[in-house]
Design a protein around this ligand. Structure first.
Ligand code: SAM
Ligand code: SF4
Length: 339
């Protein structure tokens, strides 16, 4: 391989990985304050003029799909449902050829109203974050009393056909670390696909510690005590979740565990990220960003923007390096990068 990316190529890096999955953060704002993501007092939000406008986002999505080989788009944040233009951005992307598969990751607040319009606009699937079923624990974890809204959002997503509806749960030591089986049971009883995510060093306060993290192995052990878990014969590909079939449930549904820290999947990573302020990141843990907003606002052509995106991806590192002695947490927290 040569020292720079081919100007007609998709998003390839020096290790031969091809990014086909784009994560678009639509806002850094949020209506919750999950302890592993944001401080209780919130963060200084990005000034409005720094946030990409709806037409700017749609242009970059069009470029990514029609020139750079992106086939899947996930809208995230911050809380993506807080972005007024969300439905329109999805409707616009749904007109592209080839049509990308589209999903949203949300805390579910407001989804009871938005699920049907999102589906109509062309959204295919949804992931709803659900860390606990206990209203008091929800307050401890998210500093807001909003559990009923999240549960209503989940139900509305399923009713609107945004399937498979997946739940994302982060277990926090001392708060909800005993809740994995109950979360699985709730999800399966409602027809959702439960998934757990290891807590990553992406909190605003930089207080993450490996010792306190609830590991994928621990989660698996907790689940194996309650359920018959069978190996999943389907190909994992670039998917971050390792999945098991729940043998003692009708229809043998799946449960997933994303061991981002202890079972990294960097070698198969197929992701590229666009932040709400128009920066391309080649990894959640990247320390550099590539400023597409400045280029876009100073009149860059589609060719120029596409090539800047390729160059940004070319520099992707082999792995996140959390275990390396010189690992440094990215300056921006998860809410500002886009989870
Ligand atoms: N606000 C939306 C939500 O909570 O689903 C979307 C953005 S949020 C950053 C996306 C996902 O990242 C959520 O499932 C959340 O639980 C997860 N997340 C946030 N901070 C995390 C961390 N430090 N480690 C692991 N997952 C994290
Ligand atoms: Fe908001 Fe999602 Fe971060 Fe929770 S995880 S504070 S819901 S952005």
């Amino acid at each position: 391989m040569t020292g720079s990316p081919d100007p007609t190529a998709p998003l390839v890096d020096r290790f031969g990985r091809v990014a086909t999955d784009l994560r678009v953060s639509l806002t850094d704002r949020c209506n919750l304050r999950c302890t592993y993501c944001m401080p209780p007092e919130g963060l200084p939000w990005l000034p409005k003029q720094e946030i990409l406008t709806d037409p700017e986002i749609s242009r970059l999505i069009r470029l990514a799909v029609t020139r750079l080989g992106i086939t899947e788009i996930r809208f995230t944040g911050g809380e993506p449902l807080l972005r007024p233009g969300l439905v329109g951005i999805i409707a616009e992307a749904a007109t592209l050829t080839p049509r990308p598969k589209m999903s949203v990751t949300t805390n579910g607040i407001g989804l009871d109203r938005l699920a049907a319009p999102l589906r109509e606009a062309g959204l295919d699937r949804i992931n709803v974050s659900l860390d606990t079923l206990d209203p008091e624990r929800f307050v401890q974890l998210a500093h807001r009393r909003k559990l009923p809204e999240t549960l209503a959002g989940l139900a509305a997503a399923a009713a609107a056909g945004l399937t498979p509806v997946k739940t994302n749960s982060v277990l926090v030591r001392g708060i909800n670390d005993d809740e994995a089986p109950a979360l699985v049971r709730y999800a399966l009883d409602h027809g959702y696909q439960p998934r757990f995510i290891e807590q990553m060093p992406l909190d605003a306060g930089h207080t993450w510690s490996r010792e306190r993290m609830v590991t994928a192995a621990e989660i698996l052990a907790m689940l194996e005590k309650e359920f018959v878990l069978l190996p999943d014969p389907t190909e994992r590909g670039g998917a971050p979740a390792e999945t098991w079939l729940v043998g003692d449930y009708p229809g043998t549904p799946r449960v997933g565990i994303i061991g981002s820290v202890t079972r990294p999947f960097c070698g198969d990573c197929d992701r590229t990220r666009l932040t709400a302020d128009g920066q391309v990141r080649n990894c959640l843990f990247a320390r550099e960003e590539s400023d597409l907003r400045a280029a876009l606002r100073s009149g860059a052509s589609d060719d120029d923007l596409a090539q800047r995106w390729r160059v940004a991806m070319w520099g992707k590192r082999a792995g996140h390096g959390i275990d390396e002695p010189h690992f440094l947490q990215p300056a921006r927290p998860m809410s500002a990068i886009g989870g």
